[in-house]
Ligand binder design. Structure first.
Ligand code: GRF
Length: 222
């Protein structure tokens, strides 16, 4: 008899389309990653990510930043919903509000984010456009721990894509997004298996035999 592996209890916070959320939900549902999405929270009631959550049978909750205008109150509401649904980790997936140290302390070293650029290049909004305008030949995406800065936290994993001569923001963005959908579940699986350690800014990935080794075989993840 095999014992079920312990799952990482995840809250996902979105503001929009939620295609990264979908990649996490799909990987979790197929058993490819040891993650259980406990709740999806959006600060925007119309976010498509909410429908994706419901479709997957995951509680979908709106915490509107317009309703709770004071940031402290807004974040208290987020924290309450996360806790009430049993989330131990938080994945930001296109969540468009900055989080204060107070929120981050409540989930210390357990909040991660995905950004559509190879950090530390091109933080903030429109990472893909910034890469095109700068003229880099390699672009990509980054999953990192969240700290109080904008996209400045320690890097866990990155994936690179070429920038082609004919690219515009849409074509480059789509190429990056395809990698985001692979990278985010992989990083979550590393966290779920306890293979991620931090020393200051440096994040190390322990090399251990794992039944999901094929999933994790990515040169950019070490
Ligand atoms: C992604 O490009 C992600 O890197 C950024 O916001 C976008 C969200 O896309 N943080 P989606 O909502 O997951 O489709």
């Amino acid at each position: 008899m095999t014992t079920a592996r312990q799952k990482l209890a995840l809250g996902v916070m979105v503001s929009g389309g939620g295609s990264n959320l979908q990649s996490i939900l799909d990987a979790a549902a197929s058993g490819a990653i040891d993650v259980e999405v406990k709740v999806v929270i959006s600060n925007r009631p119309q976010a498509k990510g909410l429908a994706r959550a419901r479709e997957a049978g995951v509680p979908a909750v709106v915490v509107s930043h317009r309703k709770y205008r004071e940031r402290e109150v807004f974040e208290d509401m987020l924290l309450a919903r996360l806790r009430e649904h049993g989330a131990q980790w938080v994945a930001l997936a296109g969540f468009m509000r900055l989080l204060t140290p107070r929120f981050l302390d409540a989930f210390k070293d357990r909040v991660i984010n995905i950004h559509p650029a190879l950090l530390p290049a091109f933080p903030g909004t429109h990472g893909q456009r910034q890469a095109l305008e700068y003229g880099v030949k390699v672009a990509g995406c980054t999953v990192h721990f969240v700290d109080a800065g904008t996209d400045t936290g320690p890097i866990i994993g990155q994936a690179a894509v070429p920038v082609l001569d004919g690219d515009d923001e849409a074509t480059l963005g789509a190429r990056i997004l395809a990698q985001e959908h692979r990278l985010y579940p992989r990083v979550l699986q590393l966290l779920a298996r306890g293979r991620v350690t931090r020393q200051g800014r440096r994040v190390c990935i322990a090399q251990e035999p794992d039944q999901n080794e094929a999933l994790l075989a990515n040169p950019f993840l070490g």
